[in-house]
Design a protein around this ligand. Sequence first.
Ligand SMILES: Nc1ncnc2c1ncn2[C@@H]1O[C@H](COP(=O)(O)OP(=O)(O)OP(=O)(O)O)[C@@H](O)[C@H]1O
Length: 290
Amino acid sequence: MSVSPDSATAVRTDAAGEPGRETLLSVRGLRVSVADGSEVVHGVDLDVPRGSAVGLVGESGSGKTLTCRAVLGLLPAGVQVTGGEIDLRGVELTALPASERARLRGTDLAAVFQDPASYLNPSITVGAQLAEVLRVKVGLARRAARSRAVELLHAMGLRRPEHVYSQYPFELSGGMLQRVLIAMSITADPELLIADEATTALDVTVQAEVLELLSELRRDRGLTLIVVSHDLAVISQMCDTVHVFRDGGIVEAGPTRRVLRAPRHPYTRELIENHERFGIDRAREQRSRR
Ligand SMILES: Nc1ncnc2c1ncn2[C@@H]1O[C@H](COP(=O)(O)OP(=O)(O)OP(=O)(O)O)[C@@H](O)[C@H]1O
């Protein structure tokens, strides 16, 4: 582990609503601007207690992804952090050089996004790509990397992991590919995994299975999760706390049950109403297809 000692960890009672849990990640007043100088994230605060699952919800373009990418140190070209602090276990990440940020990705922080195929090389088997990550990030020798890769594929719930190891990305379904990407993201045992719309492109059943896998990783390995989703059902199922984004800021944050049952901000109420309407429409659609 490359980040500072736990002694620097703050214990907070915060929007997370879970007094006493150590704060793993604390974002304070984060500002992000794009290439033309306009600000798109306006002072976001985020507390992520160790071992928790924190949800980020809000309409498209509200700043969820750029907030996560700022935490990862993976902003697109021309986009930059222009204010605020990102504290991971007492280490101020915005002050670190790019090489150090790159080192932390994988070992301390990891992420999975929508469209897993775009993160894999189409002409190399998924097993070889996973083994390569194990060699580079964990320092395993070739043979050990191969057997660890097969173990990881198995642990991700992939049946016949030896066979999957030798398959190319185009031979796998979207759900299988996302399991491979999750395996890659956790090779070096990071503490925090950001899942940014990681199940959005999957059909409902596969989505539920991948969400279950993430919950298992949280339970069994103590992985802390940030779950970005436009789907309140996903947030409700997965997250202890939720932060509602709108126009580059957070309008409401708190324990998920409280926010979804008794929303305080009109925009949160609107999101819930839309979700309920969408849910009803989807149910009708399914009924009419039968
Ligand atoms: N590379 C970029 N250059 C310029 N503007 C950008 C860039 N990436 C994002 N933006 C803008 O920044 C704002 C926040 O975008 P962001 O992707 O963080 O939103 P989001 O809430 O994650 O939306 P979505 O759910 O659609 O991913 C939006 O107005 C978006 O258009």
